[in-house]
Design a protein around this ligand. Sequence first.
Ligand code: FCB
Length: 455
Amino acid sequence: PAASAFPPGFLWGVATSAYQIEGAVGQDGRGASIWDTFSRTPGKVANGHNGDVAADHYARYEQDVALMSELGMGGYRFSVAWPRIQPDGRGPADARGLDFYSRLVDSLLEKNIRPALTLYHWDLPQALEDEGGWRNRDTAFRFAEYAQLVSEALGDRVKLWGTLNEPWCAAFLGYGNGIHAPGAVDPAGSLIAAHHLLLGHGLAVPAVRAAAPDAEVGITLNFYPVDADTQSSADLDAAHRIDLLQNRLFLDPVVEGAYPADVREHFERVCGTGHIEPEDEKIIGAPVDFLGVNYYTSYRVAGGGEPSGPSPWPGAEDVRFLDRGLPRTGIGWEIDSDGLRRQLVRISQDHPGLPMYITENGAAFDDTVDADGGIDDADRIAYIDGHLRAVHQAIGEGADVRGYFLWSLLDNFEWAEGYGMRFGIVRVDFETQQRTPKKSALWYGNVAVAGGLPH
Ligand code: FCB
């Protein structure tokens, strides 16, 4: 029996996203996305990697679904590539694009795996970026139209819908410091993009509901608990601004239907509020059924630094992020499993009654392939084990967590890091496309089947 059983019905799954695994970028009428453009721009992605082939999931989805089924997965979080549905970001849906996701959904349901669909995991149609992308208010309305097309086609079978994945990244890495597509360095514009992303979310929620009235609809945000280094006013102010930009700027308007006063003041300082129309916050506050929580690490910060060039925290360029000396994963992120417990408990206290799914959590490590071909990734197992214990504890402290999607099923295209960072519990040999479950896959499969952690 599992030592720490999770609530009955707890959903155990894995997560991926379209551009990171599908490949087939020129197939079946798919249009160009900002990641196609960005990854072709010299110097933007490590080793000049791009998603042209990735894990070839577009051709191999049946094999990947079979693999998930063998591992005992109950859920699969994936994203739809907008440019497969609307190659130019507007107009009627391309039936070939919809058909791919329809076949994927059917094969998941056949294996009793619940599909959890994300509408936007960063692959904006390039044609919309050419008109200003998320800095252009119209993109929010285009997104709602796209949400309608997808939910009308799949709403009969998909019962878990996420609008956006991590708008913090889309806005502040995409338009703030430019390390993600489209690569703009425009602090004020990045805050405006954040608002338009939220507006797009708010417009998409009723569109999905209309097409899938019995579905759960939510949004996925990336949370980082932020601690001040000392109790000095400079450090407390630094922590306050990072928490504001990272966590509350996105969560509060979605759940409360209004930006908090300090968020508005921050807008005033960096970009003004001229882009916020009177009804916007009400739209953004369309009731959601769940919050998707992505968690990888936490921060300790201090104030009083020298503004150090472009930053993904517009209006907090002076904040210093401190090295706490904690062990790090392969991508360099400090490991703090208790941060996940704290984050979940805080959300449940700040917004009582809000159901949550962990929509991403996982770790990159430099896997070594043993002589017998096996991958003994004890470090990844330890990371997941620690974080699952934190989730279990948070549930005990009152957080309503309904499921956990491990990032990621497969090694994949890790954005600006290319294929060098392996997050998969299944190894992908990118030469042969061979899949090999790592030890973590078998371990996690046992957890999923047992419904809890071993002693
Ligand atoms: C998250 C992204 C996901 C993946 C993980 C490691 O920010 O949503 O696509 O890259 O980080």
